[in-house]
Design a binder for this molecule. Sequence first.
Ligand code: NAP
Length: 425
Amino acid sequence: MDKVGIGLLGYGTVGSGVGTLLARNADDITLATGKQVYLRRVLERSPDFTAPGLDPALVTARFEDILEDPGIDIVVELIGGVGAARDFQLRALKAGKNVVTANKQLLAQHGAELFDAAESTNVHLRFEASAVGAVPVIKVLRESLVAAEVKTVFGIVNGTTNYMLSAMAETGADYDDVLAEAQRLGYAEADPTEDVGGKDAAAKMAILSSIAFHSRTGLDDVEYEGITKVTAADIAQGTRLGLVAKLLGVAKLIDGRMNVRVYPAFLPRAHPLAGVSGAYNAVFLESDAFDRIMLFGPGAGSVPTASAVIGDIISVVNTVKGSFVQNCLCYKDVPAFPDADMVSSFYLRLRVKDEPGVLAGIAALFGEHDVSIASLVQEGRGDAAELVLLLHPVREAQFFAALDQIKALPAVQGDPAVIRVEGDA
Ligand SMILES: NC(=O)c1ccc[n+]([C@@H]2O[C@H](COP(=O)([O-])OP(=O)(O)OC[C@H]3O[C@@H](n4cnc5c(N)ncnc54)[C@H](OP(=O)(O)O)[C@@H]3O)[C@@H](O)[C@H]2O)c1
């Protein structure tokens, strides 16, 4: 029987999951592929690296032992980062080896170069686990829905922030306390910047929009904002208004142009994404062809992510070289749709002095910019008064122009809290 050797780069959280699944499911993989797919070499920093269940004889610290081994058909890159990982992937692809990876930042920052390398030697570069972990969204977009003209990809693509926002809503705790708890429970990394700042979600949205709209989207094309400014006070106000806070990735194709962003947003409690809590992820796909599809599941974790990696390995083994769907399908060049022209609804919380004429001044400025108010609640008195407004959908440029003038009013204190509202509030 044919054998397919795997060269695994990195035996950490996901890499060890791949090792475990390859061993545990060897018989099923053989049945699914007709080939014996086996772990042939593992790259770690030290040749003395050990891990439970890993044969120490497979470990090397020299990438060349993998690159130059003719028995290795597929290189699985799971070291992460954009330095050595980029070098190893490029060298493997140029040497004619298929590559499977979960590295979202590398693909979002250097995708074009990597896909060119894959094309030059006619090998696969597969990356299902790079966006939304175990959930097979990339395969669905690039194969099942390749000609369905997907117009919107919209969802919760970061489990850490989803866990934190869920915990803030459930406990009333503030951001810092919830972050500390998430770190203690292993839902947030020691350095949580990429997750809480939105960069992790932005990289995933760059990958998803590239596949959905067939047009190269890099991390630099995605405007992103994380959850660091979301306060317990805003979440509590949202709860009173029937709204749930989520960090959303939103990619839209509008009149032949695309807009891809990540921002915290309120969703009506009845929206299907509002019920996605804890470390789970979910992605909505919208198209005139099928209306809506929602994909839901674990976005991270050792074995869940590894199962997506194994799925890619099986796809490589089962797909004839040179087939149309082997790589990234970015065969269009869709121009950007500017943020300023996007139409959004907003939640706005302002601290104001409770004095005559304040409301009229704010309403007049909104009126001048054609921003219409859906609801307004005033709370407190004196210097501690707060206004909570929900605004009807409006061109973002108009809203922010009005907001700049409102912030300059003498009666308005501090920085207002602004959160977009998605769905039919
Ligand atoms: N964890 C998840 O749930 C998850 C989900 C989706 C996608 N991903 C992606 O999967 C990839 C791997 O993530 P992970 O969580 O498994 O990371 P990890 O636990 O840190 O594992 C990476 C492993 O690779 C080793 N390594 C790093 N640089 C190396 C180098 N230059 N040469 C040899 N070995 C090296 C590390 O060794 P040291 O510890 O000595 O540095 C570590 O054992 C990342 O791209 C990540 O974004 C992860």
